[in-house]
Design a protein around this ligand. Structure first.
Ligand code: VG1
Ligand code: CO
Length: 545
């Protein structure tokens, strides 16, 4: 095996964010950039010799080039085998499923998720551990530190591998096995849900569903499962072919970027009764009923409250968890079930230890990520199947189920306002001033609302004791209302400010008040506290979800 060592120098800025390292393709394709980061990952492993690595991505531009580079480097790092998705494709949850099922040592997932793709778009990479989940902060920090002192990377000199056909090849001494990206994942889903019941629902003439894969990775999975195994009519999955630039779109399943789907469900002539969409790498989901968008926070709460309809969970839930900015709707369900509800920082890596310890079964985030202990990533199609299973079992529509949920538990009216591409200096100033105010806020009254607590969220992992500071500024108000401020950790240009707004409404007579109207007083309060308009010059958010 001809191992080549290449001298290199540290490159600035290789610090992973909420979900791996994300940069512009132009940055990633600079000589040595990807190599330095991958070597920094490998330099932090031990015991990988002869073991299996799982490799795949969301199919975006640069995916194929990066895979060939990583294969050669994995051989030099001593891996015995790499399982790589056919054509380089593996959705994030499918990669997690394969790592677990094949008892791999770890995995590398290539994705910038919802960020746009193409030569001028974004690329991303992250490492997952043997449990199938994203490496924790201790690991990602160690990778970053390594990237600051790296002096050499290694690869095995060998030609490109043909990823188009399943089968096995040798690269140096390492086996490269091209696998069907869907098989393990689809089998896993079938083991969790009542596929017969879902198939019956999909066969009903009055039930018509659309799944919008947004030209991203979920297309082949949704086609194989919904149209294949479950027998939904051909054409149920739209935009189902993964494209390197996602068709020029923005594969983020929210009311702005999935506006077509929302419009189709609002159109009485479309005949559609249920809609869903997923993001670039297939780990997030959007659920839409007829003329009704299910808020992701509500979705998590509804899934938890209906666990009994799902074969895999009908024995009971050990516990649930949500990220801090996610609405407290699921907390109320946990309380009524008498199970624990954990509050973690944003990002799936914080759920892993609790899932591994068997302390939680379902978890989710306000950003439309929901998942369970079946893998260690959020899982878009899983959430859609969970919903379909509930709809089939209850014989009700999604809006009926959500409205009934509100009547029982009250409604946590919720919205996120994003201000994208703010100058970093302005965002830093906003947070510095906001943090400066925090100690004096509790006990004061702002716009007639009393502040009960104002702090910078910090988290101690209940399983491994690791500590994460500065995970978002939260202002808790009397009566269960909250305003949370965070800076995105997945963007590649300037800063994105996220303002999360939540208000608890117990009175059923007020449940139909439009969300933004119900939250208007909190928007005003957020402005008073954080001076968003003054500091950033923006008077309205770019995206409201
Ligand atoms: C966003 C979401 C967060 C999610 C993360 C990765 O992070 O808010 O909830 O876990 O994306 O999801 P941030 O730091 O930009 O707020 V994905 O689907 O991009 O892998
Ligand atoms: Co994603």
């Amino acid at each position: 095996m001809n191992v080549v060592s290449v001298s290199t120098q540290p490159i600035d800025g290789q610090k992973p964010g909420t979900s791996g390292l994300r940069k512009k393709v132009k940055v990633f394709s600079q000589p040595g950039y990807l190599e330095n980061f991958v070597q920094s990952i490998f330099d932090n492993l031990s015991g990988q010799q002869g073991k299996t690595l799982v490799l795949g991505g969301d199919g975006r531009y640069f995916n194929d080039t990066a895979i060939q580079i990583i294969l050669r480097m994995a051989a030099a790092a001593g891996f015995g085998r790499v399982l790589v998705g056919q054509n380089g494709i593996l959705s994030t949850p499918a990669a997690s499923a394969v790592i677990r099922k094949q008892a791999a040592f770890g995995g590398i997932i290539l994705s910038a998720s919802h960020n746009p793709g193409g030569p001028d778009g974004d690329f991303g990479i992250k490492y997952n551990l043997a449990n199938g989940g994203p490496a924790n902060e201790t690991f990602t920090e160690a990778v970053y530190q390594r990237s600051r002192s790296i002096s050499v990377y290694k690869y095995v000199d060998a030609p490109d591998i043909d990823l188009g056909v399943p089968g096995e090849t040798l690269l140096g001494d390492m086996k490269v096995q091209v696998i069907d990206p869907v098989a393990d994942y689809a089998a896993l889903q079938e083991s969790l849900f009542d596929f017969n019941k879902i198939a019956e629902l999909l066969a009903r003439p009055e039930f018509r569903m659309r799944f919008d894969a947004m030209h991203a990775v979920t297309g082949p999975y949704a086609k194989a499962i919904l149209e294949g195994r479950l027998g939904a009519p051909a054409g149920t999955v739209v935009n189902g072919d993964p494209l390197p630039d996602f068709g020029g779109g923005h594969p983020d399943p929210n009311p702005v970027y999935a506006a077509d789907l929302v419009a189709a469900l609002a159109d009485p002539h479309s005949g559609l009764s249920f809609g869903a969409a997923s993001d670039g790498d297939g780990d997030r989901n959007m659920i839409v009923g007829r003329d009704f968008i299910v808020s992701p926070s509500d979705s998590l709460a509804v899934l938890a409250a209906n666990y009994q309809y799902i074969p895999a969970y009908s024995g009971g839930l050990a516990g649930v968890a949500r990220s801090m900015p996610t609405s407290c709707a699921v907390d109320r369900v946990a309380q009524s079930l008498g199970i624990p509800c954990f509050e973690t920082p944003t990002g799936w890596k914080f759920f892993g230890s609790l899932l591994d310890a068997g302390q939680l079964t379902l978890c989710g985030e306000e950003s439309a990520g929901t998942g369970s202990n079946h893998v260690r990533e959020k899982d878009g199609l899983w959430a859609v199947l969970f919903w379909l299973n509930i709809l089939a079992a209850r014989n009700e529509t999604a809006p009926q189920i959500v409205r009934e949920h509100w009547r029982k538990f009250g409604r946590n009216v919720y919205s996120r306002h994003d201000y994208e591409g703010i100058e970093t200096a302005k965002a830093d100033r906003l947070f510095a001033e906001l943090r400066g105010k925090l100690p004096g806020l509790a006990g004061t009254e702002i716009s007639g609302m009393r502040v009960e607590l104002a702090d910078d969220f910090a988290y101690t992992d209940p399983v491994d004791g690791s500590r994460s500071e500065k995970q978002g500024v939260r202002v808790l108000l009397q009566g269960g209302s909250r305003v949370v401020f965070r800076l995105s950790g997945t963007g590649t240009e300037g800063a994105t400010l996220r303002v999360y707004l939540e208000r608890y409404v117990a009175d059923a007579a007020l449940h139909e008040v439009p969300t933004q109207e119900a939250l208007a007083p909190l928007v005003a309060l957020a402005e008073k506290i954080a001076n968003i308009a003054t500091i950033t010059g923006r008077d309205a958010p770019d995206v409201i979800s």
